[in-house]
Write a protein that binds this ligand. Structure first.
Ligand code: SF4
Length: 314
């Protein structure tokens, strides 16, 4: 099977076999996201999915955990997901867990009995883009849920026997609001009890609508030092039990562990990353190197002054 677009699978799922069942994201509107902007969402035909399962089976593959791609595979109807699960169990008899990315409306679209049937068919965990515990941030970033809606739908998942993994982004609230965001996000996560938390940390991409908000000075990105301080506060506050994985784009820093067991080690590691950044030049997580120069101090792009050609926009 030819994988279309960028692979979107949390690093904690690296040992799961990825079976794409859709292409792109059915929503594709979050202000900061550059994953699927160039792709039109579509469902992959069942024959194509089966062909891939057969190919892996014929190579001797029989994974225990399968990750269904792509951006929000749980958008598929319950019937479709159940049919895919049936094929997976046929080709991979050892498979006991199916995981995938989801949005909150994908959960609210399904009835309680559909959620239960999916849990019985092996759906064990949905990774949901929670991002922040602050409602004004969710709304600004055009997330399609509020904290209350997310809490309600996560409770339905738990009731059906499906775990959830929270994708969050330190830095998403912007400069000056990182500690406030840490506290609101920790409170949300402590109430909703995720199995895993994956912190992708805010990445800034020149091709996404958020870049236009930065140019218009409606959003001021936090620098990486402020984001690290947010992560430190978050780790202090998360009650667990949960697995935490925090990644950063700009410098090689990753903090992983189980909370509450590993809290002191994780805090010490984050504190040394903070100490290493203190007193240095502000750094921002721009994905395109030619754009990083814009964010050294004032958050304003000066294309003409610098005579740098703007990358294409989508
Ligand atoms: S729901 Fe996820 S994949 Fe889709 S646009 Fe938002 S962040 Fe990107």
């Amino acid at each position: 099977m030819k994988y279309e677009g960028q692979i979107c699978q949390p690093p904690v799922e690296r040992s799961s076999v990825n079976i794409p069942v859709t292409v792109g994201c059915s929503y594709n509107a979050c202000l900061f996201c550059d994953l699927f902007r160039h792709l039109k969402y579509r469902e992959l035909p069942m024959e194509e999915i089966e062909k891939e399962l057969r190919r892996i089976h014929d190579l001797g593959g029989d994974p225990k955990v399968v990750f269904l791609g792509d951006g929000d595979a749980f958008y598929l109807s319950a019937d479709r997901l159940l049919a895919i699960a049936e094929q997976i169990h046929k080709y991979f008899p050892s498979c006991s867990q199916l995981r995938m990315d989801a949005r909150i409306p994908n959960v609210s679209d399904k009835t309680d009995s559909e959620l239960k049937a999916l849990a019985d068919a092996g759906v064990q965990c949905l990774y949901i883009g929670i991002e922040s515990g602050l409602d004004d941030v969710l709304s600004f970033m055009r997330k399609d849920h509020s904290s209350a809606e997310a809490e309600e739908q996560i409770a339905r998942l738990h009731e059906a026997g499906i775990e959830y993994g929270a994708h969050i982004m330190t830095g998403v609230a912007g400069a000056g609001r990182c500690l406030e965001n840490a506290e609101a996000t920790a409170a949300f996560l402590n109430r909703t009890k995720p199995w895993r938390v994956v912190n992708f940390s805010m990445g800034l991409h020149p091709h996404v609508p958020l870049a236009r908000e930065i140019e218009a000075e409606r959003f001021t990105p936090a620098d990486e030092l402020e984001i690290l301080r947010e992560e430190y506060r978050l780790i202090e506050l998360l009650e667990g039990p949960l697995e935490y994985d925090g990644l950063h784009d700009v410098f090689e820093f990753r903090v992983k562990g189980k909370l509450p067991k590993d809290r002191e080690k994780m805090l010490a590691r984050t504190a040394s990353a903070i100490a290493a950044q203190e007193g240095g030049e502000k750094r921002y997580s721009w994905s395109a190197p030619e754009w990083r120069c814009y964010l050294q101090t004032p958050v304003i792009f000066r294309d003409q002054e610098r005579q740098i050609e703007r990358p294409p926009m989508y």
